[in-house]
Design a protein around this ligand. Structure first.
Ligand SMILES: [Zn+2]
Ligand SMILES: [Zn+2]
Length: 158
């Protein structure tokens, strides 16, 4: 029946979406993308993604999780928030340009979007002929709550 066919090939079918992007659609790729899709607006480290997926019964090791995340970033499904040399956060790429404020003490992540930064970023990338794939910027610092906890007497002077 026509309605069943439509259901089978619904656009939310993760395997279909991955294959259309030229990926194999392995069970690991599906598990990672599905996880980030249902956890929309979340930012997660690879270890955390790996742990949560393992809890759901998907068997894959941490290096596979890293590999799959890189594949999904390259294909444009996932955005990478680089936090220094050996650490990144990952989130679903919703296509909305935004950047991040990350607290180095409590790990809190806030999103912001600034028209001027977005425009300059696009202009700079164009100037260098760079096709941007990992497109987020992370400002790292100490959030207001953590600063207040460290200095309960008052706001920081510096
Ligand atoms: Zn904090
Ligand atoms: Zn974000």
């Amino acid at each position: 029946m026509a309605s069943h066919v439509a259901l089978l090939f619904a656009p939310i079918n993760t395997l279909d979406v991955l294959k259309r992007a030229g990926l194999l659609g392995t069970s690991a790729q599906i598990a990672v993308l599905d996880y980030l899709q249902q956890a929309e607006h979340g930012h997660f480290g690879a270890e955390e993604i790996h742990r949560r997926i393992a809890k759901n019964g998907e068997r894959m090791n941490l290096s596979t999780t890293y590999r799959v995340l890189n594949q999904l970033v390259r294909a444009g499904f996932v955005a990478n928030v680089p936090l220094g040399k050996h650490h990144s956060l990952y989130e679903l790429n919703t296509g909305m340009a935004h950047d991040h404020l990350v607290c180095v003490l409590c790990g809190r992540v806030e999103e912001f979007s600034d028209v001027t930064i977005n425009r300059r970023r696009a202009a700079i990338a164009k100037e260098f002929g760079l096709r941007v794939v990992g497109k987020t910027l992370a400002l790292r610092g100490v959030c207001a709550d953590c600063a207040a906890r460290a200095h309960p007497a008052g706001p920081r002077v510096r």
